[in-house]
Design a protein around this ligand. Structure first.
Ligand code: SF4
Ligand code: SF4
Length: 172
């Protein structure tokens, strides 16, 4: 008899827990319509940044590639000219690739970059179905041109960017 009462009380307790949850709001998100906010220090998909005028911050120095413990970054630099200018520096990254199958999202590339050109953003939508799609190219990583800026390459006034100046100050 005592056991029967104990079981009944346990049953009531279980039902109470179940019914008390009915009036709580949903604990899930209707992804992909609603995206879960990420923490401030979340390290998601990389973004190659631009200056306000549209020029790319990356100067093709490959320090990020040297710092990468997973050997996930490949950089090839080319010279800027006044007719075809991509960055304020002497050179720009004509090829910039990150192999997302290798990346461990440590953020060392971000730390190593002298111009704050590469950042790990808040985008976590990194799924792909083919290995070839795991290579994120410069075109894919570059952020969109800010309002008022111009796309690269830009044609600039001859001598506007003195080659003795390795990089332009971030206007921000
Ligand atoms: S986050 Fe780390 S592993 Fe990924 S590309 Fe940058 S340095 Fe390499
Ligand atoms: S992202 Fe930064 S560290 Fe990497 S090549 Fe460009 S400027 Fe150099």
């Amino acid at each position: 008899m005592l056991n029967a009462i104990k079981s009944f009380l346990e049953l009531l307790k279980g039902m109470w827990i179940t019914f008390s949850q009915i009036f709580r709001g949903p604990q899930t998100y209707t992804y992909p319509e609603v995206k879960r906010p990420v923490r401030q220090r979340f390290k998601g998909r990389h973004v190659l940044k631009r200056y306000d005028n549209g020029l790319e911050k990356c100067i093709g120095c490959a320090l990020c590639a040297a710092a990468c413990p997973a050997d996930a970054i490949f950089v090839e630099a080319s010279e800027n000219t006044d007719e075809r200018r991509f960055s304020p520096g002497e050179r720009y990254a004509s090829t910039y690739e990150i192999n997302m199958l290798r990346c461990i999202f440590c953020g060392y590339c971000e730390d190593a970059c002298p111009t704050e050109a590469i950042i790990l953003g808040d985008n976590y939508e990194l799924s792909f179905t083919d290995r070839s799609q795991s290579i994120y190219t410069r075109e894919k990583l570059l952020e969109t041109v800010p309002p008022g800026g111009l796309p690269t390459p830009q044609q600039v006034e001859p001598g506007l960017f003195d080659r003795s100046i390795p990089m332009m100050e971030d206007p921000d």
